[in-house]
Design a binder for this molecule. Structure first.
Ligand code: ATP
Ligand code: SF4
Ligand code: MG
Length: 360
């Protein structure tokens, strides 16, 4: 029998209570993450990615509130736990890496002091054991342990993100939740950090939920991909499948929104229009005002997640009662040039320069 997922999110609904009414930033999301699995979560700005991650980690603060659903981590529902119970799990069993280490790290404490704070709060380690563990995790992410004495501003952006990742690995948790940890970095540092995260994940065996709006970034690293639009999952499936044969027109649009370095030059089409106001999402399919293949039903029938081969897509084109012959197509398969390029990117990633400057 396959092992139960490390994380099982079921029908999760998170609302922000505002003067304009409730904004359902996460609306009926299901998500399973298995041991050692790397799950990528992609979507445009404001589609609810961070809200979902914060809800999983139970780090939401007002006006956000979990209205419905469950977040079962290792068999226990985090939504119903007390703060004290959650504190005993955070860092040890699951940890979170935020978008900006500069905001997450304390600017007036050295990196080493911050590591020891976390260790002291969760263990009975002696000072010497704490310092040994701090040295160990900093080495894991390729930073000279001398920087335990450095303050966040003395490190480059990439090193700060690595220090955050080292901190998240102090206890080798089962799950590391990452919210765009590479987005503040330049492309080379971004790829290099991705390679390192993947390498650590393979070696240490933790599962990852990784949020980004750049589908190409996670395409080489994640086992599964979830595409979010307007608070809902619109496509989910093995990364290769979603990348090569996107079943949802929105996924196709996201893929067309990044440039191809090799292959013929084609205009970037992207996705016209903007995501909807979540206080008043469109009726029917939430994507219909922007969808290039929308048809009559789309404006009043809300699609469910339908099985499409190994993936699932929230699109009426894939509704089982819709005759396949009448369904417009989402688009051609992602072309071979882009696929080749993905392989090439991977090669480049392995050559990425690891050393980074230290500002003194
Ligand atoms: P980004 O890629 O820009 O980080 P995101 O996908 O992480 O976006 P969220 O930050 O989760 O999106 O926001 C989802 C929705 O919730 C947005 O429509 C946003 O306007 C709304 N929202 C977020 N924070 C608040 C808040 N404090 N009060 C009201 N609405 C909020
Ligand atoms: Fe486009 Fe209709 Fe599918 Fe929505 S349901 S994605 S509008 S074709
Ligand atoms: Mg976000």
């Amino acid at each position: 029998m396959p092992a139960a997922p490390v994380l099982e999110v079921r029908d999760l609904r998170v609302e922000y209570v505002t003067t304009r009414g409730a904004i359902a930033a996460v609306d009926g999301v299901d998500l399973d993450v298995h041991e050692g699995e790397f799950v990528g979560l992609v979507g445009e700005s404001a589609c609810g990615k961070s809200t979902l991650l914060f809800a999983i980690a139970q780090l939401l603060s007002p006006p956000a509130t979990v209205r419905a659903g469950s977040v079962v981590f290792r068999g226990r529902d985090l939504v119903t736990m007390t703060d004290r119970q959650l504190r005993s799990l955070r860092w040890r069993d699951y940890s979170v890496v935020m978008q900006s280490a500069m905001n997450a790290l304390n600017p007036v404490m050295s990196i080493g002091a911050q590591f020891e704070d976390v260790l002291a709060a969760h263990t009975q380690m002696s000072g010497r054991q704490m310092s040994e563990r701090s040295v160990e995790v900093l080495r894991l992410v390729g930073i000279d342990p001398i920087h335990l004495r450095s303050y966040p501003h003395q490190l480059s952006g990439g090193m700060r993100q690595r220090a955050m990742i080292a901190m998240a690995l102090l206890f080798t948790p089962d799950l590391v939740i990452m919210d765009e940890p590479t987005s503040a970095l330049d492309v080379v540092a971004q790829r290099s950090l991705m390679v390192q995260i993947k390498d650590l994940q393979r070696r240490l065996g933790f599962a990852v939920v990784f949020v980004t709006h750049d589908m190409s970034l996670v395409s080489h690293f994640s086992d599964r991909l979830l595409v979010m639009y307007a608070g809902q999952v619109v496509e989910a499936g093995p990364t290769r499948t979603v990348f090569d044969r996107p079943a949802h027109p929105y996924s196709r649009g996201l893929l067309d929104a990044f440039p191809s370095v090799r292959g013929p030059r084609v205009p970037l089409t992207g996705i016209p229009g903007a995501p909807p106001d979540l206080a008043r999402p469109p009726a029917g399919c939430r994507f219909h005002p922007r969808c290039p293949v929308a048809f009559d039903d789309c404006s009043h029938v809300a699609p469910e997640l339908y099985q499409v081969g190994e993936a699932q897509a929230r699109c009426l084109l894939h509704a089982p009662d819709r005759p396949a012959a009448t369904a417009p197509t989402v688009g051609d398969e992602k072309d071979e040039a882009v696929e080749d390029e993905a392989v090439e990117h991977e090669a480049v990633e392995h050559e990425a320069v690891e050393g980074e400057e230290v500002r003194r």
